[in-house]
Design a protein around this ligand. Structure first.
Ligand code: AMP
Ligand code: MG
Length: 492
């Protein structure tokens, strides 16, 4: 078992004082529920050795693999706009870092592994349904091609944890990330005036995420630009598939540009920029349409945290430099969004107006976001004869006619070369996304009846989201009318 995971723990080694060495709680009965053999293999792990009771012990935190140096990271964060100076891993552990066969470094992290010094009032635990939810949606995001942390394993602990008034099966998620550095990690030390620590973090983050910039003249400025650019690209990709993160707090905003922490997230079904699913987001702060502005706000918090490190003649000049960089987020995000939309609409260049006008035409029409783009691909391939499938998605089909006419003319839908352009659209417009009713049914079957079949099937479907497959038609359908309005919970 000693060779199952090879660790090289740079965080533990280089950032003493940024964490507390810690161990997982005792686990009565570790049992593997899902093990991501494909990911384990890509990481160069001993797949068969880990797909075992010993693996379940590792992935619940019951036992630490040889070479692990488990620790709880400290961080702060703005939660729904208010600053919490001390958060930290309250129910999580960084087990260690794995170097994959290509030499890339990955955090192996457990969520639900018991109390730590940062638990505040919490029990340090997680329950099965939210753990499976993060597994499922994270892997779906990965298959969609969107930067994300990934799920390596989900395992139950044999405990019953009380949540929402009833006992639920306790579980732990083992996840992989290119790091767990967050905007909140920088905020923690900046808020305490420990700018030497912030400088250390800047250096570490650059070495880890952009080694080519590690020796730059102005490392803090380079880091700010790096995070801004990656987050602009990330949020544009979220918008392209109708993903709503749900808790875009600064402690859930990564330095790597990966999507982190799948709590009350969900995919929008009917297009409406005001869509919110999270029960705790009462004012719609993290609504679909607000996500770009919120990301810019979060980046401004990073800028504040590292501001004294940005090279400038005086404080006012530093503020100006940081402000300019943050203001540049808007056009950068816009360019990323236009790039995403052009691909989705099969446009070759220009035409940002056409993309804007589409959303105006969809507004208030109850259009299924995912099906729309797929139906548009069919119109591209077959011309206006195929427009019926698209028009019926609108409450008032005539609402799209003007736009569809302009688009068809612009792209020469159904004309020469249209089949290839339709294929290209299909490669960026998913058929299958984790639809809320499917996710709920799969989690319910797993949690209430221990039945993993529906979840396994859904995972299988979502692993190849752009290719329409016979037998999976139902997975592309909208929720039945009786599914009702959807609400997600943080599931802590
Ligand atoms: P999250 O909403 O999962 O991003 O978590 C926000 C903060 O609350 C983090 O510091 C978590 O570690 C902490 N937290 C969430 N759930 C629990 C729990 N059950 N016990 C202890 N801490 C928790
Ligand atoms: Mg979090």
């Amino acid at each position: 078992m000693s060779t199952a995971i090879r660790f090289d723990n740079s965080y533990a080694r280089e950032l003493k004082g940024f964490y507390v060495p810690w161990e997982g709680a005792e686990v009565p009965e570790p049992r593997m529920v899902l093990f991501n053999r494909r990911l384990a293999d890509a990481l160069g792990l001993d797949v068969d050795a880990l797909d075992s009771p010993q693996g379940a012990a590792f992935f619940t935190g019951a036992a630490a693999p040889e070479g692990a140096e488990p620790l709880a990271q400290v961080y702060a964060g703005h939660q729904f706009g208010g600053f919490s100076p001390q958060l930290g891993d309250g129910r999580a552990l960084l087990v260690g870092e794995i170097l994959d066969p290509g030499g890339r470094r990955w955090d192996l992290h457990l969520k639900g592994s018991g109390r730590t010094p940062f638990s505040r009032g919490g029990d340090g635990k997680a329950v099965l349904a939210p753990v499976l939810r993060e597994y499922l949606i994270g892997e779906a995001m990965y298959a969609l091609g969107i930067p994300t942390t990934r799920a390596l394993a989900a395992a139950t602990t044999g405990e019953r944890i009380v949540r929402d008034g009833g006992p639920k099966p306790g579980a732990v998620l083992a996840r992989i990330a290119s790091s767990h550095l967050r905007i909140g990690t920088f905020q923690f030390f900046a808020a305490r005036g420990q700018m030497d620590h912030v400088a250390q973090l800047v250096g570490y983050a650059l070495r880890r995420h952009a080694p080519e910039l590690a020796n730059a003249d102005d490392p803090a400025l380079e880091l700010l630009r790096l995070v801004r650019d990656r987050q602009a690209a990330l949020v544009a990709q979220w918008m392209g598939v109708g993903f709503i993160h749900g808790v875009m707090n600064t402690d859930n905003t990564t330095i790597s540009g990966e999507t982190l922490d799948y709590g009350p997230c969900a995919f929008m079904d009917r297009y409406d920029p005001a869509t919110v699913f999270s029960s705790i987001d009462r004012h719609g702060r993290y609504a679909y349409g607000n996500q770009p502005a919120i990301m810019q706000w979060n980046l401004a918090r990073l800028a504040e945290a590292i501001l004294p490190l940005i090279r400038a003649e005086d404080e006012a000049a530093g503020v100006q430099i940081a402000t300019d960089e943050i203001e540049a987020f808007a056009p950068l995000y816009r360019a990323e969004w236009v790039r995403v939309m052009r691909a989705k609409l099969g446009l070759e260049g220009g035409d940002a107006r056409l993309a804007d006008d589409l959303f105006a035409a969809m507004s208030g029409e109850g259009v299924d976001f995912t099906r729309f783009f797929r139906a548009l691909g069919r119109v591209m391939r077959e011309g206006s004869a195929a427009s019926g499938d698209l028009r019926v998605l609108f409450d008032h089909p005539e609402a799209i006619d003007g736009w569809l006419g302009r688009w068809s003319e612009r792209v020469a839908a159904g004309g020469p070369g249209a089949a290839e352009r339709a294929d290209a659209m299909d490669r960026v417009n998913p058929v299958y996304v984790p639809r809320n009713h499917l996710v709920e049914a799969a989690l319910q079957a797993a949690e209430a009846h221990g039945e993993l079949g529906p979840l396994a099937t859904l995972l299988e479907v979502l692993q190849d989201p752009y290719r329409e497959r016979a037998g999976y038609e139902g997975f592309a359908d909208p929720a039945p009318d009786d599914f009702g309005p959807y609400v997600t919970y943080c599931g802590t």
